[in-house]
Ligand binder design. Structure first.
Ligand code: LHQ
Length: 262
């Protein structure tokens, strides 16, 4: 049997494909464990400078595997499941010091939608849909479902999507600012790969600090954010990639970034 996660290492970046297509890539423990290990490996691998997350088959991810849960005995403790798997996954993606691009190749429902939204740049196939499916089965949004959407599209739209569980088309998701771009279905992976390969050639250390600053911005006031920007810029100004970027600009040539801090 194929593993629940496919890991494809390329030159400078890695593609992670959720691989339980018969269940629209819903999460079971195996998928969670493989994804956690893969993200930890990527974090430790200096040669990997960007990540592409996508799904095998016609869906991106249908959230928690509900059949898997139904097979456990006694009253469930979903809090424990979230502590063990979903919250660490969101933290791994947000905290990874390299950009994570998500190519939402089909439906993204429940935690599957919010894992996509935790990524740094989200592309979606024109046929994809985002569904905050939780309320439809008597649950509440998790994996950042009450954090990312209201910040991206505003409270009114995010709240209604969560309360109603209405599917949101990829085109509306783009128009509302939930995602970066919609791409024709048959062009999605090529476009996502071009984007990730580009990111992998960029000043990785600076991208990590940009990511850190945007993550912090959600809970900072302006003064705190200005000070953080100053501190990060001080560090960025001392990197070899800044020296190379500035020199290449002056010499009117393309920069050759190493991605290294020093
Ligand atoms: C599935 C699933 C699925 C199992 C499709 N599980 N088999 C965290 C921690 C702890 C507890 C609980 O929750 C959470 C977070 C969550 O994510 S809760 C939310 C869980 N997800 C959902 O409620 C979404 C459930 N799925 C759907 O509503 C539909 O499948 C969508 C709208 C995603 C897609 O609809 P269709 O395109 O019509 O496909 P389908 O429904 O026919 O699904 C295809 C197959 O995939 C089907 O199996 P079958 O054997 O009949 O072909 C589904 O049973 C299976 N599948 N989602 N979450």
């Amino acid at each position: 049997m194929e593993p629940a996660l496919l890991v494809d290492r390329r030159d400078g970046w890695t593609t992670l494909s959720l691989n339980r297509p018969e269940r629209l890539n819903a999460f079971n423990e195996e998928l969670h464990r493989l994804l956690a290990t893969a993200l930890d490996d990527i974090a430790a691998d200096e040669g990997c400078r960007a990540v592409l997350l996508t799904g095998a088959g016609r869906g991106f991810c249908a959230g928690q595997d509900l059949a898997d849960l139904a097979s456990t005995e006694g009253p469930p403790d979903f809090g424990a499941t979230i502590d063990a798997f979903y919250n660490p996954l969101v933290r791994r993606i947000r905290g990874l010091r390299k950009p994570v691009v998500c190519a939402v190749n089909g439906v993204a429902a429940g935690a599957g939608a919010n894992i996509a939204l935790a990524c740094d740049i989200v592309l979606a196939a024109r046929s994809a849909k985002f569904i905050q499916a939780f309320a439809k089965i008597g649950l509440v949004p998790d994996s950042g479902g009450t954090f990312f959407p209201p910040r991206l599209i505003g409270d009114a739209r995010a709240r209604a999507l969560a309360l109603l569980g209405t599917p949101l088309s990829a085109e509306t998701a783009q128009a509302w600012g939930l995602i970066w771009r919609v791409v024709d279905d048959d062009a999605l992976i090529a476009e996502a790969e071009t984007l990730v390969a580009h990111l992998a050639s960029q000043p990785t250390q600076a991208l990590a600090w940009i990511k850190e600053a945007f993550n912090a911005s959600a809970s900072h006031d302006l003064d705190a954010q200005l000070e953080m920007e100053r501190d990060l810029q001080r560090k960025a100004g001392r990197t070899p990639d800044y020296r190379e970027g500035a020199r290449a600009f002056m010499e009117k040539r393309a920069p050759r970034f190493t991605g290294r801090a020093e």
